[in-house]
Design a protein around this ligand. Structure first.
Ligand code: CA
Ligand code: CA
Length: 72
């Protein structure tokens, strides 16, 4: 079982509107702020990679699952 509290700060950093879900747009904006060359396609691909239930948005559990299985 993944400890979601480990990744909560990261999640909240990306979820700028605080609705508890990360959209491709939010991810792209954050990546740009971090200086990454991120276009919409890259963000959409990343969301798709993390999106376990395929609803097009990344929840905290999905982010935790992804980060815990893909250490940065
Ligand atoms: Ca959001
Ligand atoms: Ca999802």
């Amino acid at each position: 079982m993944v400890d979601t509290s480990t990744y909560l700060p990261t999640f909240q950093l990306i979820d700028t509107d605080g609705d508890g879900l990360i959209s491709a747009g939010e991810l792209r904006n954050r990546m740009r702020e971090l200086g990454a060359e991120a276009d919409e396609d890259v963000a959409v691909e990343m969301v798709r990679a993390m999106d376990g239930d395929k609803d097009g948005l990344v929840c905290l559990e999905e982010l935790c699952e992804f980060l815990s299985s893909h250490p940065l």
